[in-house]
Design a protein around this ligand. Sequence first.
Ligand SMILES: [Fe+2]
Length: 230
Amino acid sequence: MSTATLTIEVPPPTFQTSIQHDVEAAINALMASLPNPADLSADQRRGIIARYTAVLEGNFIYWMTGAFLAVKTEPAREIILDNLHEEVRDSHPHMMRKFAMAAHALPTDADATAVYHDLTNMRLFIGRLSSVRIVLTMAFFEGFIQKFMAYLADLAKRQGSTEMEYTDVHGVCDIAHTDGLFRALKAETAADPTSDDGDQFEGVNLLRTLIQTIVHPAGAEKTLAKSAAN
Ligand SMILES: [Fe+2]
């Protein structure tokens, strides 16, 4: 009796699956780099919440609007419009502000200054309206936010807060948002096959640097001191 050899053909990863894998790996590495909240002082915990608020409160809808202006396909427009609708209808900036106020962590001038340089780089990147790069960046952002919520809630609880609407909502809704943005990415990439030329992770890298500055502002202070000296 002969035994047939069973060969399972594993298809090579598509652009979409490999990029999704890379985004997930980048999010996991960023999460693993976060300091243990128990090792932080109250002032360090306040600073992380305040700088995160300084970035998210006034920029998330702005950047998602940039994604809407940049995309060229109807499926991507619909997905991003749904996301914007929810942000505005439920006033996520207000949720963010309530969260920071309850944790006694409203952003100060120093918090805004600490993120200024990296935030400006992100704003200029969004202004270039490169559809695939922006959608990829926002997929990374939503995926990160969803995983970051338990950490942010932990910081706020340690600051004596019980106001968790922002972290409760975003720990759940951003799972669907991330999936939606990967579908939007697929549509945009199919519409513009040359879009994977060059550095697709330009925006992801800029945003990752900004998040690192939110968590570890010392690096940003050095950058600011250096640019002031020049
Ligand atoms: Fe939101």
